[in-house]
Design a protein around this ligand. Structure first.
Ligand SMILES: Nc1ncnc2c1ncn2[C@@H]1O[C@H](COP(=O)(O)OP(=O)(O)OP(=O)(O)O)[C@@H](O)[C@H]1O
Length: 283
């Protein structure tokens, strides 16, 4: 994606930090702090995200890869305001001219951003869907949260979205609890896209699915991304998924970004020892 460099980023994240615990003399300090991976054995504080800085450009898929516990989900939850950051800044070019730190906004403004400017697809469909509502009702819920009141328009939009994610229309009134894992993820994707957000956050959306179902869901995401030009931040512990999907990639280890660049370049010439290990495990 050589044209990316010419565009302004749609999302800019600067020095995002998230810690669980208050820290202590041993871990809160500067250069001589002593952690075991991202964990302070003295006080139990976990430094889940440490000084994360990156940009997401219009129309790109930015992959985030890293082992379990490296802070990927924490990053996604912070960006979707599921969790408060400890410190840091994030700016969206389509929100207040890109000049206001999203993390410093009121909870009402953060709700607005969630409902209008972002969509989230969680690894666990239980986190993103009401399993007992109808599928189309799940989509309508997000549209109502964004201020829609026209039932007929929501019905049309919901049906259109379900068709796009290949849920047969005659099953639109059925609850996701009756659906297979792959179908549930497809309903989540439809719901996340219901308000046409410029940014979609995807957190391990195919983990736990059978390989063929996984390929199906990834194909669908790729297709929607190309058709609608949505910018995506896509988290996976699986470099194979990242290779298939992401234009650029961040590699995370112990809460830090240890490498970032074009996915092809990272795969061809990984610089960090952890990335080298990841790439070799693909071969
Ligand atoms: N609520 C919490 N309280 C304490 N520690 C937490 C909490 N949530 C996450 N952590 C810790 O933060 C670190 C990062 O977790 P996170 O879920 O972001 O990792 P991940 O890279 O998404 O892993 P996985 O791929 O297994 O989902 C882990 O050490 C985890 O134990």
């Amino acid at each position: 994606m050589s044209s990316l460099a010419m565009d302004a980023p749609i999302l800019t994240v600067h020095d995002l930090n998230k810690q669980f615990g208050d820290g202590c003399i041993r871990c809160a300090g500067g250069a001589d702090r002593r952690l075991e991976k991202n964990y302070c054995p003295a006080c139990g504080t976990v430094y889940s995200c440490q000084n994360l800085s990156f940009e997401l450009y219009p129309g790109e898929v930015l992959g985030v890869v890293g082992e379990s516990g490296s802070g990927k989900s924490t990053l996604m939850r912070a960006l979707y305001f599921d969790q408060q950051v400890t410190s840091g800044e994030a700016y969206l070019s389509c929100y207040k001219d890109g000049l206001s730190n999203l993390f410093a906004q009121s909870s009402q403004q953060q709700r607005y951003i969630r409902n209008h400017l972002m969509g989230m697809v969680y690894q666990n469909p239980l986190a993103g869907l009401r399993m007992g509502f109808s599928s189309i009702g799940n989509i309508a819920e997000k549209m109502i949260a964004a201020g829609n009141r026209n039932v007929a328009a929501m019905e049309t939009r919901g049906s259109d979205l379900l068709e796009r994610v290949h849920i047969p229309l005659y099953r639109r009134k059925e609850a996701p609890k009756n659906f297979s894992g792959g179908m549930q993820q497809r309903v989540q994707i439809a719901k996340a896209m219901s308000n046409n957000p410029p940014i979609l956050l995807l957190d391990e959306v195919t983990t736990g699915l059978d390989l063929s179902v996984q390929a199906n869901v990834l194909d669908l995401i790729k297709h929607l991304q190309r058709e609608l030009g949505i910018s995506m931040l896509l988290v996976s512990h699986d470099l194979g998924v990242i290779r298939m999907m992401a234009d650029r990639t961040l590699v995370m280890l112990d809460g830090k970004v240890v490498e970032q660049g074009l996915t092809d370049q990272i795969l061809e010439d990984p610089q960090h020892a952890y990335t080298q290990q990841l790439v070799h495990s693909l071969l």
